[in-house]
Structure formats: structure tokens, C-alpha cells
Ligand binder design. Structure first.
Ligand code: GDP
Ligand code: MN
Length: 386
């Protein structure tokens, strides 16, 4: 789950990580009220959406006085911001963060992320941060270093020294940094983060570190132990189909292709997406209905797949173990009767009660395409959506 910058900064404050003074606003009046609590101008107005690249897209503006704040906040609130991370449809800005503008001495880059390959927490530190970060990373990779931290050992003094070296912090100004890095690491671990990114992390004109931007992604699978963080969820920023699937306990992720996919088991789902791609088509989603599925959940899964306007065909690939093929077949028939399956449906199933399942499907009179095995399914997928 991603959270907004203003929420990430709230977390930063809890860990005494320095952030600019400010507050969030959903209306112009609220923005002015926040401004009135701050010591003075200039202020920054920042669009709050779950995507980066706002600066270049016009979602980050300065205000030198109240009048300017009024004009600019008015413009950003309600705008549809298109950045390289939003896709062409962009995102509606429903809130802005109004902050004291920082006096930037230097812009640095700092992030923490989980690294599956090494089973460690990786800290990325760059001595050149800011809006050109992608370009900098591509053209000057030596400006960045990666420090691996074994989560069982935790952050050690030698890691901190390496990171400070990577950030290019002069030794005589290092004093405030070890506490900041330790706090950031603690925040990462204690809140089960997948990513914490500060770009830019700045050194102010006065020489102090300040997190001018804040991006946090939390591990959905650990949210059950962070009731406080769940209040940060912003459903406007999430795919409505994924939200519905979560309510039904279905493991659904929307993708951009046109072949709807229903599978049981994550491994089989990955393999199924592979055969779809191999057949020259693109999956419209990942959907693992799981082992202990009921006919009702299968039906709900279909409803979700069919709500995606891009879907022009569905492939069901089930290996009946705990989920019996007759239960699946009944779910399919019920779904077809209830929501009307309007696109070609290709079914490959194997395993427990497969004969009963096949009979239920055959007796239903539904126009189904069946496949005998994976290779057959792959060939028929290409035909189905051609
Ligand atoms: P992003 O483009 O979505 O990553 O949004 P950021 O919060 O990083 O803002 C974009 C850029 O605006 C930053 O890289 C900074 O260069 C600049 N910026 C943001 N806040 C301030 C500020 O308080 N003072 C100054 N001088 N620049 C800022
Ligand atoms: Mn940024």
C-alpha cells in the first residue's frame, strides 16, 4: 500500500526525522488556514497523489504571498495531474500539502528498500538528488552507492559511515546524521515498509538535513499488525477492482492486457500468464482464487474480471486439489447465469472431481471452449482473442 507524502511526513515526525513545517488541505480555505499557522512566506504547495514526478508536471508550486497561494492552490486542487508515473489518464488532485519552503543548499537522494535477491534491506544513497534522478542514475551511476543491511544484525555504525560517504556528507557536518539514519531504519523496520524514499533529502543553507519529499510503500501482508497505518489507505488512489477483490478475499491484480485470467495458486497463475504471453497475447489481470474457494468466490471473481472493459476473453486454468473441479464448474455456471459472461470463455481444468466438473459444464449449455492441457490452452488463447 502506498501512502501520501503528507502521511509519510507524519510518520517521519514521529521518528524525529526533520521535515518542513506544514499541513494538508482539501479546500482553498483549508490551505489558507494552514498558511496562517506557518511563520511566513515563501510556501510550497504540493499535489498529493500516489505518484512521483509531480514537480515537472506542475504539481509543486511556490507562493511568495497569500495572494499567490490562493491562486496557485486553486489551480492545483482539482487538477488532473499527468506524470510519467500516473499513466496518460493522470490523477485527480484532491489534497495539497502546504509547507514552509526550504532553503536548498544541496539535494541528495536516500532510499531504503527490501531486496529479495539478497534477503536484505538495501540503502541507496546518492550525492545528487532531485528531479533529474532517473537521468543522474543512468548517466552517473557512480553518484550512488548501495549498502546492504542484514536485517538480523540491523543497522551498524559501519553501514552509517558508508551511507554518509555515499551522500557526500563532509565529516565536519556529520553530527546530526547518524541519528537520522538510525531513525529512518527503525521507521522502515517497525512499520514493515517495502520502500522509503527521500528525494530530495536536502542540506539546508544553514547546513541541516531536511526531508523535502517523502515516499513510503507499506507491505500489505503486514498491515494487519498496523491498525494505525490502515487509516492512511486512500481508495481514490487505488484500482476500484482491486479494492472490490480485496473485500472478497480474492488475490487480484489488474494488468493492461485483454485476456482475463482465473487460476488457483500463485505459481500456476504465473505459469498461465507466461503461456498467454507466449501465445502472443497479454493478460488483463492476475487472479489467484486460492485453494479453499467456494462457488460464490468463483462467481465474484468472474464479476470482477468482466468489470474490466479491456477483457475480450477469459482463460480459466484450475488444478483441482483442495478446490474441487465440480465446485469450480458450479461457480462458473452460476456466474454465467447471474452476470452473463459476454466474452469467450476457455477452460482448462484437471484434478479432483474433474469428470463431475466437465459434466456440469457440458450440461449447462454455455458456449465454452475447453482445453485438454496447457499447450492446448495456449493455442486456443491466441485464437480466442485474435
Ligand atoms: P516529485 O517531483 O513528485 O518528486 O516532488 P518533490 O517533492 O520532490 O518536489 C519536486 C522538486 O521541487 C524537488 O526536487 C525540489 O527541487 C523542489 N522543491 C520541493 N520542495 C521545495 C522547497 O521547499 N524548497 C525548494 N527550494 N525547492 C523545493
Ligand atoms: Mn521527489
Amino acid at each position: 500500500m502506498k501512502i501520501h507524502e503528507y502521511q509519510a511526513k507524519e510518520l517521519f515526525r514521529r521518528y524525529a526525522i526533520p521535515v518542513p513545517e506544514g499541513g494538508v488541505a482539501a479546500t482553498l480555505d483549508e490551505a489558507l488556514a494552514v498558511a496562517d499557522t506557518l511563520p511566513g512566506y515563501p510556501l510550497v504547495i504540493k499535489a498529493q497523489i500516489h505518484a512521483g514526478g509531480r514537480g515537472r508536471a506542475g504539481g509543486v508550486k511556490f507562493a511568495a504571498n497569500r495572494d499567490e497561494l490562493q491562486r496557485r492552490a486553486c489551480k492545483i486542487l482539482g487538477m488532473t495531474l499527468v506524470t510519467p508515473q500516473t499513466g496518460p489518464e493522470g490523477r485527480l488532485v484532491q489534497r495539497v500539502l502546504v509547507e514552509q519552503a526550504a532553503d536548498i543548499g544541496r539535494e541528495l537522494y536516500l532510499s531504503l528498500l527490501t531486496d529479495r535477491a539478497t534477503a536484505s534491506i538495501v540503502i541507496m544513497a546518492g550525492s545528487a538528488g532531485g528531479m533529474d534522478i532517473e537521468k543522474t542514475a543512468a548517466t552517473m551511476p557512480d553518484k550512488f552507492i548501495k549498502v546492504q543491511v542484514n536485517p538480523l544484525q540491523g543497522l551498524q555504525p559501519h553501514h552509517i559511515r558508508q551511507v554518509l560517504f555515499g551522500l557526500g556528507i563532509p565529516p565536519d557536518t556529520m553530527k546530526q546524521w547518524p541519528a537520522l539514519l538510525a531513525a529512518l531504519y527503525r521507521l522502515f523496520v517497525e512499520n514493515d515498509c517495502l520502500l522509503v524514499e527521500i528525494n530530495p533529502l536536502i542540506i539546508t543553507g544553514a547546513g541541516s538535513p531536511l526531508a523535502v519529499d517523502a515516499k513510503i510503500e507499506l507491505d500489505d501482508n503486514a498491515l494487519f499488525r498496523h491498525a494505525d497505518l490502515l487509516t492512511y489507505r486512500d481508495l481514490h488512489e487505488e484500482d476500484p477492482l482491486e479494492t472490490r477483490a480485496r473485500e472478497y478475499n480474492l488475490n487480484y491484480i489488474r494488468l493492461s492486457g485483454n485476456v482475463g485470467v482465473m487460476v488457483n495458486g500463485a505459481g500456476l497463475a504465473m505459469a498461465t500468464m507466461d503461456i498467454i504471453k507466449k501465445a502472443g497475447a497479454e493478460p488483463a489481470n492476475f487472479l489467484d482464487v486460492g485453494g479453499g474457494t467456494t462457488a460464490e468466490m468463483v462467481e465474484k471473481g468472474f464479476a470482477i474480471i468482466l468489470s474490466d472493459q479491456n477483457v475480450t476473453g477469459i482463460l480459466v486454468n484450475i488444478f483441482g486439489g483442495i478446490l474441487r473441479c465440480d465446485v469450480l464448474a458450479r461457480g462458473i455456471v452460476e456466474a454465467a447465469n447471474k452476470c452473463g459472461i459476454s466474452v469467450p470463455l476457455l477452460i482448462r481444468m484437471e484434478g479432483t472431481n474433474v469428470e463431475q466438473g466437465r459434466k456440469i459444464l457440458a450440461d449447462s449449455g454455455l458456449p465454452l471452449i475447453t482445453a485438454v492441457d496447457l499447450a492446448d490452452a495456449a493455442a486456443k488463447v491466441a485464437e480466442m482473442v485474435a
